[in-house]
Design a protein around this ligand. Structure first.
Ligand SMILES: Cc1cc2nc3c(=O)[nH]c(=O)nc-3n(C[C@H](O)[C@H](O)[C@H](O)COP(=O)(O)O)c2cc1C
Length: 388
């Protein structure tokens, strides 16, 4: 295999190449899911769900939940969104203080309440503001690295308390944290209602992020059509001339597809989103991808589809992990994951219908037990009747 991508700066430089990471997905890639993904096939990098800068700075504990993570997930990048430069400056301090490995600004969210208010992909229409946000964020990161404390920022004492509480979940930080600046990246789309990635990337380049993640759709496309990898390829050729890394994103369902996309487009790596839903095994075999690129040999994936038993074990582990982090009262947010696991086995649809009504890991275990008993009884009857 030829075409090994060159390395990209900072934390990104320490990662295996090409980089294959888990894309941020609001309501999906929470700490429990990222932990499970790390257990079954560790991606090179993961992102938090996007978090509003206003929520971060006001210290709303529930909103700060999306900034929870465990050491097992590292390296982990915090993704933030909003449109107020002053809040980006403050939020950058908080992200650094919490020990994240990098900070990503969301300039790609198409959802109405985000983009139409001028945040997320809405920033594609206000390039000067986008640049200002990058500038203030970088300044926030640098000032924090130079020793500025959260107390100096004038945050409310309730916010300071909430942030301190979150930081206390990482006793290792006090020892480890060296106050060195973390890298800034941006995740975006090809344009607002048409592909303007050439001029848009020119703007982003001026903001000097270390990495730009490009999802090959416009805002108007939402998730319709296909991710345009030709556009990603052209943009990559341009952006990489400036020493900025590019990760491509969109419609990758397997590591084989990831490998092909990286080779064809020349990106430094890819992020995989929906391909990981109900499939935390998707990153298994990632070492073989790295090996293929570093040795220039063809990719030989030695991965197996998870067995039914492995799938069930993962569901239980995920449900318990979710409960340990969030308690049972929010278990409703876990249900969709359980539904996504229910595919490619007999009577999966019937099980899904039960799983989306669960209220805790005990319910999950009961459903799986009942399934196994029925399934085994049916199999035993079938094999008895064929042997008579
Ligand atoms: C449910 C859902 C939530 C998402 N939330 C975010 C988010 O918080 N931040 C972000 O940058 N992108 C978000 N995305 C976009 C994904 O990161 C990714 O760009 C998109 O799904 C295309 O990649 P894929 O085809 O591999 O899924 C989200 C996508 C989905 C489906």
């Amino acid at each position: 295999m030829t075409n090994a991508p060159q390395t990209i700066p900072s934390i990104w430089r320490t990662l295996p190449q090409p980089v294959i990471g888990l894309a941020p997905m609001d309501g999906v890639t929470d700490s429990a899911f990222r932990h499970i993904v790390a257990t079954y096939g560790k991606p090179d990098i993961v992102f938090t769900e996007f978090t509003n800068v206003h929520d971060i700075c006001s210290g709303r504990l529930k909103a700060l939940d999306s900034l929870r993570y465990s050491e097992a997930e590292r390296p982990v990048i915090a993704q933030i969104y909003g449109k107020d430069p002053a809040l980006f400056y403050q939020a950058a301090h908080v992200v650094c203080e919490l020990g994240f490995d990098g900070l990503d600004i969301n300039m790609g969210c198409p959802s109405k309440n985000v983009a139409s208010s001028g945040s997320g992909a809405g920033l594609i229409r206000t390039p000067n503001l986008a640049l200002e946000l990058m500038d203030r964020t970088r300044k926030g990161i640098q000032d924090w690295a130079d020793g500025q404390s959260l107390a100096d920022l004038g945050l409310k004492s309730s916010a300071l308390q909430a942030i301190a509480q979150l930081k206390a979940e990482h006793p290792e930080l006090t020892e480890r944290q060296k106050r060195s600046p973390i890298p800034l990246s941006v995740k975006t789309r090809l344009g607002y209602d048409c592909n303007i990635i050439n001029e848009w990337s020119d703007c982003l380049i001026q903001g000097r992020p270390e990495v730009i993640v490009i999802h090959g759709r416009t805002l108007s496309q939402m998730y319709r059509g296909h991710s345009d990898w030709e556009a990603i390829t052209l943009a990559t050729q341009h952006i990489r001339k400036y020493g900025i890394g590019v990760l491509g994103n969109g419609d990758i369902q397997t590591l084989e597809q990831a490998t092909a996309r990286i080779q064809e487009s020349g990106v430094n790596g890819v992020l995989i989103g929906r391909g990981a839903l109900g499939n935390p095994w998707i990153f298994q075999g990632i070492h073989q991808v790295h090996e293929a690129f570093s040795t220039g040999t063809p990719l030989k994936l030695r991965t197996l589809e998870p067995s039914l038993e492995e799938k069930f074990q993962a569901m239980i582990k995920h449900a318990k992990c979710f409960e340990a982090i969030n308690g049972t009262e929010r278990f409703v947010r876990m249900r969709k994951h359980l539904g996504w696991y229910c595919s490619s086995f007999p009577h999966a649809a019937a099980m899904r219908a039960h799983m989306v009504r669960t209220n805790g890991s005990r319910d999950v275990m009961d459903i799986l037990d009942a399934y196994l008993k029925t399934h085994m009884a049916v199999e035993a009857t079938a094999s008895a009747s064929t042997s008579t």
